[in-house]
Structure formats: C-alpha cells, structure tokens
Design a protein around this ligand. Structure first.
Ligand code: AP5
Ligand code: ZN
Length: 213
C-alpha cells in the first residue's frame, strides 16, 4: 500500500507510523525525521533546513521533494510506503504525483489525522523521543518505565528543539495555511479518509486498520 499520513503537529502521525508499517510491511518515510538527522549531521541539506525548522516554518519545497524522490526509489519502499509529514504544500503534492506517474504507481489512501488545535500543546510539550529508533513517549499519555530513559535500549531520551509552545504556534499556522489545501487536493481525488485523532492511540490504530481493510 502507498499511504500518506497528514495532520497537524502532535496529531499522532509518528506514533501510528511504526505500528502500521510493521503490520503492512511498508517503509516509513518521515521528512521531519530525515531533516533532523541531516541537521544533526550538519550536511549541506541540514544546514539549509535548520533555520526554518527552528522557527517552525516549512523548509523549501525543492529540499523536501529531493529527499522523497531519492527515498521512494529504494528497494525497501517498493512494496509500499507511509509518507509521514509529506506532502505539506500543494506544490509538493503535484511533484509527488509526477514522481509516482514515472514509476507507474499511485497513492492508495490519504489518512487525515483530524484533531482540535487546543489538544496539541499538551501533547507536544510533554513529548520525549529516543533519537536512535524514533520511539516516542509522553510524560502523561505514554510514559517510559524510567523517566528520561528509552524502554528498549536504556539510552537517554531527548526533547525536540521545536517542541515549545511558542514554536508550536508557527507550526500550526503553517499547517492551516499551507497544508490544509493539500487535504482538499486529495479529497477531490476521492482518496481521503478522516480519522478521529483525539482518541486513544489504540483506537486510532484500529481506525487506520479499518480504513485500510
Ligand atoms: P515533523 O517532524 O513532520 O513535525 P510535525 O508535522 O510538526 O509533526 P510532529 O512530529 O510534531 O507530530 P506527530 O503527528 O508525528 O506526533 P506524534 O505521533 O509524535 O516536521 C518538523 C519540521 O520539519 C517542520 O516544522 C518543517 O520545518 C520541516 N518539515 C518536515 N516535513 C516537511 C515538508 N514536507 N515540507 C517542508 N518542511 C518540512 O505525537 C505527539 C505526542 O503525542 C507524543 O508524545 C505521543 O506520545 C503523543 N500521542 C500520540 N498519539 C496520541 C494519542 N492518540 N493520545 C494521546 N497522546 C498521543
Ligand atoms: Zn512526527
């Protein structure tokens, strides 16, 4: 299956992706994770992306389109993929269509993680991440067994630099202005499915599976 997970910051895209990816043998392509890795490694891409990311603004379409164009061709993605956090502008969605046309494939479903903005600040500001695996925790909703420590590896957890209430405001603004039109774009194509992303992680997983069955 070829899927897109779309939704505001903290809506649960990164929480559901690893579960759904394992269930359907897909690859998980998260532009945010790839960009953060590039920033950490100080690659030319990371250096270009860092300023916008720190401010909670979108990085340029060309940069992210380039990342996806390369990643989507990998053998591990030939059975299908989850695009998490891409496309985020209508221009990115059009570029994606061109890429897929060339490969003779198309997107099966776009899952819209629908949720009210007011819930997101609590989710975002108490999120902890294991950088090695991408595993995500939450102080209240999904606490690790030992605070600040990854359950599986025992390694320390970190918080994302853009996970502050102030930067979240710009991220939400970018979502409403630039990404919501992408939801309309796929709705018109008839492949959009809306999820109740305010429900518990387990209930959201069940909704995704129902849509895909
Ligand atoms: P990105 O990394 O994509 O961040 P985001 O879109 O802001 O999304 P998040 O990762 O914050 O949210 P999520 O939905 O994955 O939430 P999660 O599941 O972790 O992008 C970062 C930046 O990179 C952008 O600002 C931009 O600068 C750049 N960028 C990336 N892609 C780009 C693109 N295509 N174009 C241009 N720029 C791009 O959940 C959050 C928390 O809530 C966790 O703690 C989790 O445990 C908890 N939680 C999850 N589900 C539930 C639930 N059901 N109930 C209770 N708690 C829950
Ligand atoms: Zn994420």
């Amino acid at each position: 299956k070829r899927l897109i997970f779309i939704g505001p910051p903290g809506s649960g895209k990164g929480t559901q992706s690893p579960i759904i990816k394992d269930e359907y043998c897909l690859c998980h392509l998260a532009t945010g994770d790839m960009l953060r890795a590039a920033v950490a490694a100080k690659t030319p891409l990371g250096i270009k992306a860092k300023g916008a990311m720190d401010k909670g603004e979108l990085v340029s379409d060309d940069l992210v389109v380039g990342i996806i164009d390369e990643a989507i061709k990998k053998p591990s993605c030939q059975k299908g993929f989850i695009l998490d956090g891409f496309p985020r502008t209508v221009a990115q969605a059009q570029k994606l269509d061109e890429m897929l046309d060339k490969q003779g494939v198309k997107i099966d479903k776009v899952l819209d993680f629908e949720i009210d903005d007011v819930i997101l600040e609590e989710r975002i500001t108490a999120r902890w991440i294991h950088p090695g695996s991408g595993r995500t925790y939450h102080t209240k909703f999904a606490p690790p067994k030992v605070p600040g420590v990854d359950d599986v590896t025992g390694e320390p957890l970190i918080q994302r630099k853009d996970d502050t209430a102030a930067v979240l405001k710009s991220r939400l603004q970018a979502f409403h202005k630039q990404t919501e039109p992408v939801i309309d774009y796929y709705s018109k194509k008839g492949i959009l499915a809306k999820l109740h992303a305010e429900k518990s992680p387990k209930e959201v997983t069940d909704e995704v599976k129902k849509v895909l069955s």
